[in-house]
Write a protein that binds this ligand. Sequence first.
Ligand SMILES: [Zn+2]
Length: 253
Amino acid sequence: MERYARHLVLREIGGPGQQRLKAARVLLVGAGGLGCVAAPLLAAAGVGVVGLVDPDVVSLSNLQRQTLYRTEDVGRLKVDCARERLGDLNPHVQVEAHPIALTSETADGIVAGYDLVLDGTDDFATRFAVNAAAYGAGIALVSGAIERWTGQVGVFAAGLTRDQPPSQRQACYRCLTPEIPPDAETCARVGVVGALAGVVGAMMALEVVKLIAGAGEPLVGRLLIYDALSAETRTVRVPPDTACPVCGGVSAS
Ligand SMILES: [Zn+2]
């Protein structure tokens, strides 16, 4: 009661919302800049089970923004370090570490059993695999991305609405990005300002709390774009695409 006191007094969360957080199983793909921010916020919020997927070890260049890790962690598996830190933060949370790469072959097996997926990875092949698995599992995807000074976050609820009439379906990530953009860049090449990971990772965690507690209006069908250099945000609609290779053409009857 004391740990979650600031949630319990919120009308939009309260006791019922906190119980829903405790019952939730949330999978976080990528324990990098975004995952390092979202994971401790979800653990602190009392999400019952937090799954972490990342095959990588901590490197020195990660520490500029991946603040869950310490200098002495360099060379250790990220999911092992993260599990220790989250356990210290909130021993009531069960952390499930998956030190493997999520690919189109492994995605369905990893995602199975979770209620919600966050994607904080930085390559399109992985994002596409996470999106297809979330859609297949009938769950929502909270997606975040950062590059240079720009970040974006969106909630793709196609999995939740796949059995609805076409007029009530929501977009998936592939409706927004049908193919890998030819100009796709990585943060390793073009850079990223560290604090931007804090902004976008925290927004991802916040959207998860809203979705689970049923609070407010999550970014379903919308993409929020944050331009850090000008300190401005804009939100664009993301409609479902009937030609989408993942969610289009389903139940075409
Ligand atoms: Zn789609």
